[in-house]
Design a protein around this ligand. Structure first.
Ligand code: IVH
Length: 679
């Protein structure tokens, strides 16, 4: 328990929990959907850990949709979705020996035994995949996705030489699934980045992103050109016998043709694991691929069921993470970046330094409080950390190196781009530029609006957004929809064909789901998941715009800060004008109610599901309902006929009670589906 958590009252904890959840969801989206994380794994783990601690202390704040309660991520639809027969879990982390011991002791306590053997493996920093074999042939490969549903990347995985298409042995189970990590070696990564630089393409931040980006290519010819490899580390499931321990299973997998990492060891005692770990902290750099820790697993499968799974993490395994990679360098300046909501984000300009094999010249400093808390001064020698990847952070100054000439940082009180006096709303750590026509904000908002997770207007990347603003063709996102062919063609380097494609993409974007539009509006503190939640609760922009702060705050996970921000957003004349433009252009402003097919035994009936089902993911149940002609809705309305109530139901249950909607248990739903032959 951190000191901070133990001093908080319920109200403060609620605020912090909401804030952490919003941050985690945003970073999940960057990581899993966009393959473009903004923070390091260590920072992410820290957010998750703080949330877990707060939820442990204030269990009343746990909601079913908290990131701690589910496997995160969302599959990209373009690939086709694969339902995993058993979920792909993630791992809890231990950052030191005490935490590893605590994990082991807890397992011993549950099993009521004195000790059990452990298997230790390198934790490969790549992309998890699940490979299905039928009669010894590779038939399907999928990414992890949200753990329940992944993307079908079979064709791309076929291009990886170390994934066997046919197995060596004949006597294998008729159908089984193995799991492993696809990765790119350090040399292949360097080579790829060099080529990309030569061709004027952006570089990948690290081998993991390069591997993920390569596997998730819609054109498998591109995947085939990338040097990818796999280490297989787990049996997912099997219709047939397999060995009784993890180590023997890995040996068996190797014998039948899979690539299993040679650096795997089995230990009787935890102290041996600790010794092994210390050797690896140094040796990791000798490997041809990146690892960010060890995975410690219980060897005998007989214990797995009793140990079970908490949230999304099994108790039979744990990731024993390596300490983050650090370096020291000079802090040359602190500069300000203007975010899309007008937030003034300070960042450090550094004397370039190699940290964990990557040259770092900029690092985040989050906000002015963070700078003050760390007492970072311009001219300081600072410790920079790249905890595994991407955006590095400044840990703090090396005070002993101070000369007295360092300058404390003073946050500018004006927006560095438009010069407007910046405001710091009460209770917020950020300052914001309040000028709606600040060029920096307009640019950020525009690029956010057209981005993949928002309205996804293909062909309008950052550079075109810049040109459109410069040329005065667009002042805000509402203007995108009145762009004409002539205007586009008049732009330098925009050909007839590209203009045609951009116009098509703009047209297509008019029909994006409501949640995407809400996200695209760039409401402060509203990330993509929050936007989806608001869409399902309110059903239309108008209903959302009319909601009072109190009404908004009754929704779980919407705290006072978010409620206030949403309410304010729709009271701003400039925002109202943009929304009007969007409406006039024909952008969809309400959730589409899926029309129920007229055929089938459930035709004319609308079902809504809440909570977790034990027998299948909710999406699967919804699909079966649709197969029988029923409709599956997102939110309970007066028109909902049945609410199917799973474990830990959400607020939909209260709503259903208010409307007098009929309730169905999971058992009743299964019976209904069975009765009509869907099961
Ligand atoms: S076991 C529940 N073994 O780490 C067990 N995972 O944080 C789940 N990973 O999604 C997987 N190396 O992508 C396992 N030797 C290894 C691993 C490994 C890398 C990744 C995997 C997983 C993530 C969990």
């Amino acid at each position: 328990m951190t000191a901070v958590a133990s001093e908080m009252n319920l109200y403060q904890a609620r605020m912090r929990v909401e804030d952490l959840r919003a941050q985690i969801r945003y970073h999940d989206y960057r990581y899993y959907v966009l393959d473009s994380p903004e923070i390091s794994d260590a920072e992410y783990d820290e957010l998750m850990r703080e949330l877990q601690e707060l939820e442990a202390r204030f269990p009343q704040l746990i909601t079913p949709d908290s990131p701690t309660q589910r496997v995160s991520g969302q599959p990209v639809e373009a690939f086709g979705v694969v339902e995993h027969r058993t979920p792909l879990l993630s791992l809890a982390n231990a950052f030191n020996y005490d935490e590893l011991k605590a994990w082991y002791r807890r397992a011993l306590g549950i099993l009521e035994i004195e000790s059990f053997p452990l298997v230790c493996e390198p934790k490969i920093d790549g992309l998890a995949v699940a490979l299905v074999y039928e009669d010894g042939r590779f038939v399907q490969g999928a990414t992890r996705g949200d753990g329940f549903r992944g993307e079908n990347v079979t064709e791309n995985l076929r291009t990886i030489r170390s994934i066997p298409m046919r197995l060596l042995a004949k006597d294998v189970p008729p159908r089984f699934e193995v799991r492993g990590e696809v990765y790119m070696s350090k040399t292949a990564f360097e080579r790829l980045n060099e080529e990309r630089t030569d061709q004027g393409q952006p570089r990948f931040a690290n081998p993991r992103n390069a591997a993920a980006g390569s596997v998730r290519q819609l054109d498998s010819r591109i995947t085939a050109q990338r040097s990818l490899d796999i280490w297989v580390y787990q049996l997912g499931w099997a219709d047939g016998p397999y060995p009784p321990t993890h180590q023997e299973t890995l040996q068996w997998l190797q014998d039948i043709g899979f690539r299993v990492n040679p650096e795997i060891g089995r230990y009787e005692k935890l102290e041996e694991v600790e010794r092994h770990y210390h050797q690896w902290v140094d040796r990791r750099h000798d490997l041809e691929y990146e690892i960010d820790g060890l995975v410690v697993k219980t060897d005998p499968f007989q214990y797995y069921e009793r140990l079970g799974v908490v949230g999304r993490e099994p108790r039979w395994a744990i990731a024993y993470k390596f300490p983050p990679i650090q370096a020291t360098t000079a802090l040359l300046a602190i500069e300000i970046n203007v975010g899309r909501t007008g937030s003034l984000n300070p960042y450090a300009v550094l004397e370039p330094v190699r940290v964990g094999g990557v040259t770092v010249s900029k690092a985040t400093l989050h906000n002015e409080e963070d700078i003050q808390r760390k007492d970072v001064r311009v001219g300081d020698t600072v410790i920079v950390q790249r905890a595994g990847d991407v955006i590095p952070q400044v840990v703090g100054p090396v005070v002993s190196k101070r000369t007295g000439r360092e300058k404390p940082f003073v946050m500018p009180d004006r927006c560095p781009v438009c010069g407007t006096l910046a405001a710091r709303p009460e209770g917020e750590v950020m300052r914001y530029c309040p000028n709606p026509s600040c060029p920096a904000q307009a640019f950020r908002w525009l690029t956010h609006f057209v981005s993949r997770g928002a309205m996804d207007i293909e062909g309008l990347g950052e550079s075109w957004c810049y040109v459109l603003l410069q040329e005065g063709l667009v002042k805000d996102p509402g203007d995108i929809y009145s762009l004409t062919r002539e205007q586009l063609v008049s732009l330098e380097r925009m050909g007839e064909k590209s203009a045609e494609n951009v116009l098509k993409a703009i047209e297509v974007s008019k029909n994006r789901p409501l949640g995407r539009l809400i996200f695209a509006l760039g409401i402060r503190h509203v990330g993509s998941e929050m936007a989806t939640l608001l869409a399902s609760q309110f059903g239309s922009i108008d209903a959302l715009a009319q909601a009072s702060v109190e009404e908004l705050a009754t929704i779980p996970t919407v705290g006072p800060r978010i409620a206030e921000s949403v309410h304010q957003y729709f009271r701003d004349a400039n925002n109202v004008r943009v929304i009007d433009k969007l409406r006039r252009a024909g952008v969809r402003m309400a959730e589409e109610v899926a029309p129920a097919p007229a055929e089938g035994p459930l035709a004319g009936l609308t079902f809504v599901l809440t909570g977790t089902l034990a027998s299948m993911p909710r999406s699967k149940a919804e699909e079966l309902i649709r197969q029988l002609g029923g409709a599956a809705g997102d939110s309970v309305t007066k028109k909902t006929d049945y609410l199917v109530v799973g474990e830990s139901p959400g607020t939909k249950l209260q709503k259903a009670e208010r409307y007098g909607t009929r309730l169905l248990s999971e058992q009743e739903l299964l019976e209904l589906l069975r009765q009509h032959g869907a099961l």
